[in-house]
Structure formats: structure tokens, C-alpha cells
Design a protein around this ligand. Structure first.
Ligand SMILES: Cc1ncc(COP(=O)(O)O)c(C=O)c1O
Length: 384
């Protein structure tokens, strides 16, 4: 018998996130690598999950998602963005945003299509494009500031360009798109048939009084966009793996045509619980909590030899450079930090298809203060 599994993407078998988390565990290191909180979720959310199960919400949910959850999302978008989103025809609940990104690509892409990916980029984008038979066209963000490089993006557009994927607030750099950035993109795409995938999973984690600018607020771009969200980020429950896709009705139909044969539906009690927590008054805004953590972490980091890049304006992540300390490649350096000093981080080369290495590490600050403090105590000892 001869077994053969076709190669569907060119990424490694195990991602750097799994590698670093496993290394952290092996060396009993403090894990600031993978982006997940180590603090408790809202106790009301846990109670609602229990209530859902006791009340009999234990069977398959409708394919597009529980109506009560889709309605709660629509109400929330009206309240927070003054946007009208139709819960029947424009919102689909998914098992996480990664799945929603894959499904949107799958709905869109055919062989030979090209997708522009702005790098550094969340690691699922390029494999997901390749798994759908299409070609990823990486375009680097401007070094150091990580702003979109419009001339480079323009140059990357060809007759085969089917889509561009945007991520704001941005993992790993903590930058956010301004209204002007969306305007620039609209100018670039106006006379094309290029679609937009907008990954806005961190939309509720924006700091320093800044606003999140969604592609949904740009009427012209909204008509050509799939927008992907994750509850995990705003509710600190990444392990629930629930997200959603907002897209125009014909886009949503194409998305659901695949979704109904991929997962069909999503964990019912978790949908019930989230539906009843969204919009609850007096809930501590996630951005206040996370901004405090960023400030706490960045304040402590001043006592270490690392140099912070610009303060994160959104997401869970802060970048810091060690270029002045060592020439070691960033992956080796991150492994050394884990093994020798007991702190796990993510090397930024992992977010570039050509593994560009500017000697920068990503730190996740979505952690308890005691975790951040203990990590920094260890980092203070770093000499190389
Ligand atoms: C930019 C970005 N998109 C999507 C996701 C995945 O979200 P989910 O856990 O809902 O699949 C993450 C998680 O880290 C992310 O950073």
C-alpha cells in the first residue's frame, strides 16, 4: 500500500506558536508567546454558559448561527458604530475567525488567483490561500512604522489579483488603520474587481483614545468586503473559538454555501451565553483592561535591556527590539530566551514568508500583572 498526501500549503507542519508554547512548557518558562489571556473570563459569562445548558440549548444551532446572537451583534454594531447590519442576511456565526478567513477565501478563490497579503501577517493567511489553490503575493509593510506602503501595494496588483487581506488592529505590530488608509485602499481598488478580506478580530482592543476604523464604515469598500471577527479577543475566551463573518447578502450566501458543509453550525450553549452578555451595561470595556496591561508591561520593560518599538495602539501585542544586544537570528534568540531566561516570545520573522529578520520579538501583554511582572524580572537579567 502506498500512501500519498498532497502538499496543500508551503508552511511548516508545526507553527512557531505551537513550537514556542511547547518549549515554554518544557522549560517552565513564562509564556508571553501565544496570544491568549491567563486571567478569568467574566463570571456572568460562565454562569450564562451553565444556564444555556440547563435550559436545553444543547443541540445543533441553526446553520447561520442562533438568531438571538446575530440580533445581539447587529444591535451592538448599531450602538458602537451606528452601522446597520442585517442579522438574517449579513451575519454568519463561525467556529472562530481563522475558520471564517479560510471559508471566505474558499468562497472566493479559484486556481491561479492571486491574493495580496501585507506582511508581517497572521500566520494562517498564506497557507489558507494556498490550500484553496491560489497564490499569495506578500507585500511588506513599511519597516519600523508598519504603515501600508501604497506604491508597493499598487505594484503588486495584476490581472490575476482577486483579493487583498487587511488586518486592523494588527497582529503582530499593534498598529491600526486610519480612515485615510481605507480611503487610499478605496482609491486603489475603485476600478478593479478586487475583493477585501478585513480581519478585525481586535476591534474592541484599541488604546490611547483612538478609534477602530472598520471597513464596514467605508460604504464603497463594504460592498466588496468579507469582515471577520472573533469573540475570543473581546471576551478573553479564546478557547471558545467563536467568531463571525459580516458580508453583503450575496457574499454571505456564497460563504454559507461552504459553511453548511464544513462545520454546519457552532457550539450552541456558547452562542447563547455570548448573545446574553453582549451589550450588557457596566461591563468593563476590554480596551480599558488591556490598555492598563500594556502600560504596566511597557513601564516595566523600561528596566530591561530591550528597546520597545512604538506603543501598541491595538491588539494583545507589543514589539521590542534586541538588535543592539545580539546578532543572533530572531528564532534562535527567542528559543534562547525561553531556555536560558524562562520567557517565551514570538520572533517576528515568523510573520514574513521570506523570514525577514529585524531582530524584533512579539510580547503578549494579555496576562495577569503578576505574570507580566515575573516575566520582566527574568528579562532584566538578559545580557546578550
Ligand atoms: C489577526 C488574527 N486573526 C485571527 C485570529 C484567530 O481568531 P480565532 O481564535 O477566533 O480563530 C487571531 C488570533 O490570534 C489573530 O491574531
Amino acid at each position: 500500500m502506498f500512501f500519498h498526501f498532497p502538499v496543500k500549503h508551503q508552511a511548516a507542519d508545526t507553527t512557531i506558536f505551537s513550537v514556542m508554547s511547547a518549549l515554554a512548557q518544557k522549560h517552565n518558562a513564562i509564556n508571553l508567546s501565544q496570544g491568549f489571556p491567563d486571567f478569568q473570563i467574566d463570571s456572568d459569562l460562565s454562569a450564562l454558559l451553565h444556564e444555556a445548558s440547563v435550559n436545553g440549548f444543547n443541540q445543533y444551532a441553526p446553520m447561520p448561527g442562533l438568531p438571538v446572537l446575530r440580533e445581539a451583534i447587529a444591535k451592538d454594531f448599531k450602538a458602537r458604530y451606528n452601522l446597520d447590519v442585517n442579522p438574517e442576511t449579513e451575519i454568519t456565526i463561525t467556529p472562530g475567525a481563522t475558520y471564517a478567513i479560510y471559508t471566505a477565501f474558499s468562497a472566493l478563490l479559484s486556481a491561479a488567483d492571486e491574493v495580496i497579503v501585507l506582511e508581517p501577517a497572521y500566520d494562517s493567511y498564506i497557507p489558507n490561500i494556498q490550500m484553496n489553490g491560489a497564490k499569495a503575493v506578500p507585500v511588506k509593510l513599511t519597516p519600523a512604522t508598519f504603515a501600508p506602503d501604497w506604491p508597493l501595494i499598487k505594484d503588486a496588483i495584476t490581472a490575476k489579483t482577486k483579493a487583498i487581506i487587511v488586518n486592523t488592529p494588527h497582529n503582530p505590530t499593534g498598529t491600526i488603520w486610519s480612515k485615510a488608509d481605507w480611503e487610499q485602499l478605496a482609491d486603489l481598488l475603485r476600478d478593479t474587481d478586487i475583493y477585501v478580506l478585513s480581519d478585525e478580530v481586535y476591534e474592541q482592543l484599541v488604546y490611547d483614545g483612538k478609534e477602530h476604523h472598520s471597513v464596514l464604515q467605508h460604504a464603497e469598500l463594504r460592498e466588496r468586503s468579507f469582515v471577520l471577527y472573533s469573540f475570543g479577543k473581546a471576551f478573553h475566551n479564546t478557547g471558545w473559538k467563536i467568531g463571525y463573518c459580516i458580508a453583503p447578502p450575496d457574499f454571505t450566501r456564497a460563504f454559507r454555501r461552504l459553511h453548511q458543509f464544513l462545520s454546519f453550525s457552532v457550539n450552541t450553549p456558547a452562542q447563547y451565553a455570548l448573545a446574553h452578555l453582549i451589550g450588557k451595561e457596566n461591563r468593563e470595556p476590554a480596551n480599558t483592561l488591556l490598555q492598563n496591561k500594556r502600560d504596566y508591561f511597557n513601564g516595566l520593560m523600561a528596566e530591561t535591556p530591550f528597546k520597545l518599538l512604538q506603543p501598541s495602539l491595538g491588539s494583545y501585542f507589543q514589539l521590542a527590539s534586541y538588535a543592539h544586544l545580539s546578532d543572533m537570528p530572531d528564532t534562535d534568540y527567542a528559543k534562547m530566551l525561553t531556555e536560558k531566561y524562562g520567557v517565551a516570545t514570538i520572533p517576528i520573522s515568523a510573520f514574513y514568508s521570506d523570514k525577514s529578520d529585524a531582530k524584533i520579538l512579539r510580547f503578549c501583554f494579555a496576562k495577569k500583572e503578576e505574570t507580566l511582572k515575573a516575566a520582566v524580572e527574568r528579562l532584566k537579567n538578559v545580557e546578550l
